[in-house]
Design a protein around this ligand. Structure first.
Ligand code: HMG
Ligand code: MG
Length: 300
């Protein structure tokens, strides 16, 4: 048997309250979002993306992110990043004393237009200004790249393009870059090839992977990423999620499914499966549907 090396420990970055809920059609009351985040806090998640300061015309579900930030019970050792698309969003973050923001761009020109109404070059220019001001205000910036292995409008994406955008975000000063397979079309071999390109430019410590599970490839892609040495994984409670501007995009990989797999591989996450399943049941009970997580459904 071939022995593969895996990291001993993995950092789970929880995106449920933002990437998970942003796609929900019915507006969710602020108190439900706050309860969800407080439960995640009490479960020992170290990074919870709690919302976004984007245009409410574009993503109405996130219009109460400021209130959410004010109402949640924060713990000192936990990061509560907020997604920011432009200087207007950053100004809110500065006024609110947010410590970590996330910026986002993409490897696809068409997706850039649909998601942020600008070209990739324009989005990088926006990001440059955001990071400059964020740094001046002591705010750390995480970067996202969407469509790293495929685009809903353009189809396949060149992995060298993904790698070049990644290098640009790194050069601009993102402390971490999350590689998003927005519509979940990548397979493990694509993941190897894409990471090979990206790792030419970026230290593995500064990379995270962000898989949506549209075609059921997310866990396999995570396994492939672990084999490459990646140890930061974005996931969403219950498998909530999707992107309003990526037709057909399904939820992110479910946090409890990732933790179940990592538990089985003796890779530590600092999280307890049964507590995560409880949170998953809570939010899906509110949404009045079954979670897409296989683990939560199996443990019913
Ligand atoms: P625009 O329409 O070109 O910009 O949108 P605008 O400057 O003309 O603004 C339009 C209106 O929005 C104006 O209001 C602005 O004031 C307001 P009006 O004058 O008409 O009343 N506005 C704002 N309001 C609050 N906060 C702001 C803000 N900015 C403008 N920050 C813009 C450009 C970038 C604003 C828009 O396209 C936008 O908000 N896009 C965000 C889209 C989004 O949130 N997508 C989902 C997140 S990305 C994702 O999910 C992928 C990821 O998970 C990784 C992966 O899976 O691949 C990260
Ligand atoms: Mg996403």
């Amino acid at each position: 048997m071939v022995e593969l090396k895996y990291p001993n420990k993995v950092n789970i970055y929880e995106v449920g309250p933002r990437d998970g809920l942003q796609n929900e059609k019915k507006i969710i009351p602020t108190k439900i979002k706050v309860a969800l985040i407080d439960m995640l806090t009490s479960c020992n998640f170290k990074e919870i993306e709690i919302g976004s300061f984007v245009s409410p015309k574009w993503v109405p579900q996130m219009q109460d992110s400021l209130e959410v930030d004010r109402l949640i019970k924060k713990k000192k050792n936990i990061k509560y990043p907020i997604l920011v698309p432009n200087l207007k969003g950053l100004e809110k973050a500065i006024a609110e004393n947010i410590k970590t923001i996330c910026v986002f761009t993409t490897a696809s020109e068409s997706f850039s237009k649909k998601n942020t109404n600008c070209t990739v070059t324009q989005s990088l220019k926006r990001i440059e200004k955001i990071i400059y001001l964020a740094n001046k205000n002591g705010i750390k910036t995480r970067g996202y790249i969407s469509c790293v292995m495929g685009c809903p409008y353009e189809g396949s994406i060149s992995f060298s393009k993904t790698a070049n955008i990644c290098k640009e975000l790194n050069d601009l000063g993102c402390y971490e870059i999350s590689l998003g397979d927005t519509i979940g079309v990548g397979t493990p071999i694509d993941t190897f090839k894409m990471l090979d390109q990206v790792l030419k430019y970026i230290n593995i410590k500064n990379l995270a992977v962000h898989f949506h599970d549209t075609y059921g490839q997310a866990l396999s892609n995570i396994l492939a990423s672990l084999q490459k040495g990646i140890f930061k994984i974005d996931s969403s409670i219950g498998g909530l999620g999707g992107c309003p501007f990526a037709k057909g995009a399904k939820g992110n990989v479910a946090t409890e499914d990732v933790v179940f797999m990592l538990n089985g591989m003796n890779i530590s996450t600092g999280l307890t499966l049964k507590n995560i399943v409880k949170i998953s049941k809570f939010i899906f009970k509110y949404l009045e549907r079954e979670p897409s997580s296989r683990v939560t459904n199996a443990l019913r």
